[in-house]
Design a protein around this ligand. Structure first.
Ligand code: NI
Ligand code: MN
Length: 233
């Protein structure tokens, strides 16, 4: 049993959050992820939080949920799609709503992006993309999902004191380095952690540049290695 929130980076936008009593997996993308060092069938968790319906975020959520009985928390449409595919436990939400979960509080925020899945018949749209604010053991983390920069990040930082902000910084589909550093400032995050970079050619970026630009903006940043675990202080 641990007393403080632990955060492990599993590559791309996938993190494992361990609280005093629960394990939360965010955006479980293992299968087809060239950076992942873990296989989906090695993961144990109690909750799976999914920011939006794209394959690199919804990923292995359903098979992991079926094997572990973990509850999938996401927007309404993603949850319904997961239930249809056999996930037993779902908790649908939408931006602005919070839920007192067994591990603490989870709240969805807006994100400027899309949320869909490609099928044989074209695109299946899976609700609105979200960011996720998790508060447990007295600490709060914000996983921005996939998003461009938006000024309402100031509001997110005003409503909750953000101990760590997990921010996409690979550009092209989401914020790039400059916008992610600005986001950390809007959020007044105590720690900024980049994600969603170097998994594919289109999102290549140099994390040292992220560190340098964050330092220049007086923002505390941490580039996590795949598999690295930190305690949220
Ligand atoms: Ni996406
Ligand atoms: Mn993505």
């Amino acid at each position: 049993m641990i007393s403080a929130m632990q955060l492990t980076y599993l590559s791309h936008s996938c993190f494992l959050v361990e609280t005093s009593a629960h394990r939360l997996l965010i955006d479980p993308f293992f299968t087809g992820n060239p950076l992942a060092k873990t296989k989906a069938d090695q993961i144990e968790c109690d909750f799976i939080l999914v920011s939006h319906g794209h394959e690199d975020h919804l990923g292995d959520a359903v098979p992991i949920a079926k094997r572990t009985d973990a509850t999938i928390i996401s927007n309404f449409e993603v949850c319904m799609a997961c239930a249809k595919e056999g996930a037993k436990n779902i908790h649908p939400m939408n931006p602005g709503g919070a839920w007192q979960a067994p591990f603490g509080r989870v709240k969805l925020t807006i994100a400027h992006h899309s949320s869909s899945r490609q099928t044989e018949n074209g695109f299946l749209y899976l609700g609105n993309p979200c960011g996720i604010v998790v508060t447990a053991d007295g600490k709060t983390i914000y996983h921005a999902g996939d998003t461009g920069l938006f000024l309402d990040m100031k509001l997110i930082g005003e409503l909750d004191a953000i101990d760590a902000a997990l921010l996409p910084a690979g550009d092209n589909f989401t914020m790039g380095i400059d916008d992610a550093v600005m986001a950390a400032g809007f959020l007044k995050a105590k720690l900024a952690i980049p994600m969603h970079y170097n998994t594919f050619d289109l999102i290549k970026m140099d994390p040292r540049v992220f560190e340098q630009k964050a330092a220049a903006a007086k923002i505390r940043a941490k580039v996590m290695q795949v598999g690295e675990k930190i305690e949220i202080a």
